[in-house]
Design a protein. Structure first.
Length: 115
């Protein structure tokens, strides 16, 4: 396009433009690129510092790495771990589609029961 208008630009200049502006364009266009539903979630648990206090972060992400839901807990307990997927299931009852499967770190699959 630039050559058609008589503008001479080296290919490395265009490469630098792409490296500079592509991340910003991707951030601004991400809202328009909303993808369809992904039937598989992954659960992750991490220890993070929030406002100076260490807390446990439970996260549900889809295949692409987009965060679906998260839960912060001050303690690491079975109760907190079980409460987190329950939040996602409650949201599923309100119109958000539930996943087909939820693999955990131990590769055990939590299958959704067919209704």
């Amino acid at each position: 396009m630039l050559a058609e208008r008589g503008i001479s630009v080296d290919h490395t200049t265009i490469y630098r433009w792409v490296q500079c502006y592509a991340p910003e364009m991707e951030k601004r266009l991400r809202w328009f690129w909303r993808r369809g539903f992904d039937p598989s979630w992954r659960l992750d648990e991490t220890y993070v510092k929030v406002r100076g206090k260490w807390t446990y972060l439970y996260r549900a992400v889809d295949k692409r790495g987009d965060t679906i839901d998260f839960y912060l807990s001050p303690t690491r307990s079975a109760k907190a771990a079980k409460r987190f997927p329950g939040k996602g299931i409650e949201r599923g009852r309100r119109g958000i589609r539930l996943p087909r499967s939820i693999p955990t770190k131990r590769r055990a699959m939590v299958q959704r029961s067919p209704n």
